[in-house]
Every structure is written in structure tokens, then in C-alpha cells.
Design a protein around this ligand. Structure first.
Ligand code: DQA
Length: 146
């Protein structure tokens, strides 16, 4: 049976393509979803792609990982820098987990340079635009088959 991974996207990522495109690029979240689906097919992975602007909904979705998925890729967006609740939910999951960001959060404002949520994941990929997600799919397959 194919391995199944969950890709979670946090607040305002539904506005990709129209939101600060000088930083986040012109691709919509729908484009990124299609690129992730295409990449996943090549390696026989099934993916579920989820976006929410609501912290509680994101946490409830993360809780599903232990039971229903083999791994998690998450772009917590602005919650990256503030949410101990999302960090705690990530720590509760034993499956491989990777944090991604479109932008290089370490080359931006001071308040973006600290990722609280990355303390709960195996690794972090940032700064490659939508390709951060594709690199994360490759990386998570290595973690799942380790
Ligand atoms: C982001 C970086 C965050 O700092 C920001 O709040 C986002 C997007 C990224 O993908 O580059 O919404 O997670």
C-alpha cells in the first residue's frame, strides 16, 4: 500500500499568488498542491493537502497524523513564530515531520528568525519557494523508509 503523507498549510497561505508576491511568488496554493501531487505520484505516495487560518483546526489535523498518516509536512506560516500549542501537537506525533517555508525566514525580519514550531520536527526546509515543498517530499520519503 502507498505511504500517505499530510501537508498542512497555515494562515494566509490561501492567499498565495496575490499576497506579497515579491516574497512568496506568483504561484497559488492550488499550483503548489498540484506540484506536490505530481511529485508524490512519482514516488508512489498519496498526499492529503490541507489549509486553515485557524490554529485549533491545524492542531486537530496534526492529531490525525499518528493514526492515519506515515508523515507530516507543515508550513505553519505566522504560527511558526508564536504557537507553543502547535509545537506541543507536533511533539505528540512520533511520525516523521518536516517544516517548510517558501521564504528564507532567517533573512527576513527579526521576529521571523525564531521558529518555535521547528523544535517539534525532524528538520526544516526554507527559502526555495514552492520547491521547498518538493524537497520536503523527497526528504520525508528518506525518513519514512529509513
Ligand atoms: C512563511 C513565512 C512566515 O514568516 C509567514 O508568516 C508566512 C509564510 C513562508 O512560507 O515563507 O505566512 O511561512
Amino acid at each position: 500500500m502507498n505511504k500517505k503523507i499530510l501537508i498542512v498549510n497555515g494562515p494566509n497561505l490561501n492567499l498565495l499568488g496575490q499576497r506579497e508576491d515579491n516574497i512568496y511568488g506568483k504561484e497559488t496554493l492550488e499550483h503548489i498542491k498540484t506540484a506536490c501531487q505530481n511529485k508524490s505520484k512519482l514516488i508512489d505516495f498519496d498526499i492529503d493537502f490541507f489549509q486553515s487560518n485557524n490554529e485549533g483546526e491545524i492542531i486537530n489535523k496534526i492529531h490525525e497524523v499518528e493514526k492515519f498518516y506515515d508523515g507530516l509536512i507543515i508550513n505553519p506560516a505566522a504560527y511558526t513564530h508564536s504557537s507553543i500549542a502547535i509545537l506541543d501537537s507536533l511533539r505528540a506525533i512520533s511520525k516523521p515531520k518536516i517544516e517548510v517555508h517558501l521564504s528564507n525566514i532567517y533573512s527576513r525580519e527579526e521576529y521571523r528568525k525564531k521558529s518555535i514550531t521547528s523544535e517539534g520536527v525532524n528538520g526544516l526546509i526554507c527559502g526555495f519557494g514552492s520547491n521547498s515543498y518538493i524537497l520536503a517530499i523527497e526528504a520525508i520519503s528518506k525518513l519514512i523508509y529509513k
